[in-house]
Ligand binder design. Structure first.
Ligand SMILES: *Cc1c(COP(=O)(O)O)cnc(C)c1O
Length: 408
């Protein structure tokens, strides 16, 4: 039988990204039973690591088995019951994902918009909270589709003062910058795996506080077959079974009430990824991301490319560049991948064909990789550029100078 053969890649997209070999190694450990005392210890330690990663004292910090979208859907489908009103500020594609999830949960969405490439002033969002008086604010922290960082540090408190629940998509920013969940008084936050944490996709760390827990438990329904005698029938019970956070609470606590069969290999990956991230230190990790982002951005400018969007609100985990005129987005990216094993991303909606997104995420964010990327990308780009205004030598020199002149 032929074994699986996967070619070497340099992934420079906003996820999935390459993983530390120690994560892959951890995943090759033996499977443990989901109630094995050894696995239960790993579960408890993983919860503690998730708490540390979110800088929170929340009791509830556990992973959802599924990609980040499952984490977002879990949080939304538990806190939003039919008829509940939700404010969703939109600055790009992932704001629409929240809109979609709320709508499917039967909620009523109030969208506020900014033109692509911009972010909200927090005061504008707070004003909209006062105008719409929603039950929930659902907001994206790092909007990967446009590369914008939405400031949110004032929003948790503003929500709390108004009795509103704050829900944050921190999928792309998690472990690429510091997100102090308690200090920012956020009620529920969803992180990501295959972005800056740099583990395979399929598991999603989330956290939520007691206030949020109390609210979703008003809709708790223990499933048939494992229910004790007392009835838990509620009028607006949580309709999702797999993503029912209240049943997951029973699984991720000493009750250990059977729910799904936990993916032990994914938990090994999460555990190891978090250990690595926390031993590097979240602040140091954030610095590493912004240091290399600045390095590559400076070099891409020297190459002659135009950076998309205002640098004052850029995410440090992704660089958005305008696609030079005359270059076909898909053909170029496919060629780069097929010929050189280097992957970058396009974007969505109005930005499709307009910008490329170059991910600066996780384990692969190292000097050597950035230099290799720039060399291949710039050379290949020049070979496709009929206008010949790009300068590869200048760009590589700029990168080397940056690394020589700037400490991390
Ligand atoms: C990647 C991403 C998601 C979706 O994550 P999946 O793991 O693909 O489900 C959601 N929100 C943001 C901001 C993202 O960058």
């Amino acid at each position: 039988m032929d074994t699986l053969k996967v070619n070497k890649r340099l992934i420079m997209t906003p996820g999935p990204v390459s993983v530390d070999p120690r994560v892959s190694q951890a995943m090759s450990n033996s499977i443990l039973g989901q109630f094995d005392y050894e696995f239960v210890n790993i579960m408890n330690e993983t919860m503690s690591l998730i708490r540390q990663s979110f800088l929170t004292e929340n009791k509830w910090a556990f992973p959802i088995d599924g990609t980040s979208r499952a984490g977002l859907e879990a949080v939304i489908s538990n806190i939003v019951k039919p008829g509940d009103e939700v404010l969703v500020p939109v600055i790009g594609r992932f704001g629409y994902l929240f809109t979609e999830l709320v709508t499917r949960a039967g909620g009523i969405v109030h969208n506020i918009h900014k033109p692509m490439g911009e972010v909200f002033d927090q005061a504008e969002i707070i004003e909209a909270l006062d105008e719409y008086k929603p039950k929930v604010l659902a907001i994206v922290h790092g909007e990967t589709s446009t590369g914008r960082l939405q400031p949110i540090d004032q929003l948790g408190r503003a929500c709390k003062e108004r009795g509103i629940f704050s829900v944050v998509d921190a999928v792309a920013t998690y472990q690429g910058m510091v997100i102090p969940v308690d200090e920012w008084e956020l009620d529920a936050v969803v992180g990501g795996a295959q972005k800056c944490l740099s583990i395979p996709s399929g598991i999603t760390p989330i956290t939520f506080n007691e206030r949020f827990s109390e609210e979703i438990n008003k809709r708790k329904r223990v499933e048939l077959g494992i229910r004790s005698n007392e009835s838990t029938e509620k009028e607006h019970f949580i309709s999702s079974n797999y993503l029912d956070l209240t049943q997951l609470q029973d699984y991720w606590s000493p009750k250990r009430l059977n729910h799904h069969t936990e993916s032990t290999t994914s938990v090994y990956a999460l555990y190891t990824g978090l250990k690595l991230a926390l031993s590097e230190g979240i602040e140091a990790r954030a610095k590493r991301h912004s240091y290399h982002q600045e390095a590559l951005k400076t070099a891409l400018k020297a190459l002659g490319l135009e950076i998309y969007g205002d640098e004052s609100n850029e995410m440090k985990m992704v660089i958005c560049v305008k696609i030079p005129e005359g270059i076909d987005d898909n053909a170029f990216r496919n060629g780069l991948l097929q010929n050189y094993g280097v992957e970058i991303a396009g974007s969505f909606g109005d930005l499709q064909g307009q910008i490329w997104r170059i991910g600066i995420m996780g384990y692969g964010v190292q000097k050597q990789n950035i230099l290799t990327f720039l060399s291949i990308f710039s050379t290949y780009l020049v070979s496709h550029d009929s206008q010949q205004h790009l300068n590869v030598a200048e760009s590589i020199k700029t990168l080397l100078d940056y690394y020589e002149q700037n400490e991390i």
